[in-house]
Design a protein around this ligand. Sequence first.
Ligand SMILES: *Cc1c(COP(=O)(O)O)cnc(C)c1O
Length: 273
Amino acid sequence: LRGKKSADYVNTGEWSKKAIKEAKRYCSVNVAASSEDRNFTYAPQQAAWKLDPDAAYVHVCTNETIGGVEFNWVPDTGSVPLVADMSSHILSRPVEVAKYALIYAGAQKNIGPAGLTIVIVREDLIGQTLPITPTVLDYKAQAEADSMLNTPATYGIYIAGLVFQWLKKIGGLKKIAEMNRAKAGLLYDFLDQTEFYYSPVDKADRSLMNVPFRLRNEQLNDDFLKQAKARGMVELKGHRAVGGMRASIYNAMPIEGVKALVEFMREFQAKHG
Ligand SMILES: *Cc1c(COP(=O)(O)O)cnc(C)c1O
């Protein structure tokens, strides 16, 4: 907070809401923009944001995992530091890291096992914590100890290292982005040409990693999930906050998995449509 009293938050869904709730323990929160009016199905245009020039920072969740809304552009917050939760799409495509003051991401989506968190923070911002901040959450203390202030999660770091090597070997973030666009494109193209299913998210803001979709006849939901499971396709039920279905197609999901899903959806539609 660097002595400032408030921070700006953009509310685009479940993870933004969690971040806002936690921030309120430490400062006053100004919700600078929100997509709640349309059930969090889009990313609010920058022109509509009510930013406070005195805010300590502006927080965004650049990929809302549950709603499937992704920022495909980098917000311009001027001299106010931009902070982003990239947990569910870090390493899915190249990112202009220098445009962010701080990026944080849990490892468990695209990096490796749960238990690690990556923080990329601009050096001029560290070391200005509130007096109540525990040392383990003080990035200056972490940086000075080479991120080994306490015993790090060594196994998780080792596995993350293997994932980084794999990513480099296949051609890095440019290549994985191509693969992810092909995967998501397959599913969205299918959703857009059928009346049986639909994607609730605005086209420009659709996530490459998390694809929520719905059946127009919601009464078929249970049947859909049951038959998908019989084909070995599990965890397709959407989060209870939004309902419907959600296919999470992180880096580790091969295109064959998406093809199998689309094939199944086509057959299900032919049977019930
Ligand atoms: C998964 C995720 C987190 C962290 O999730 P936990 O399961 O609580 O560790 C945070 N932000 C976003 C956007 C996520 O997708």
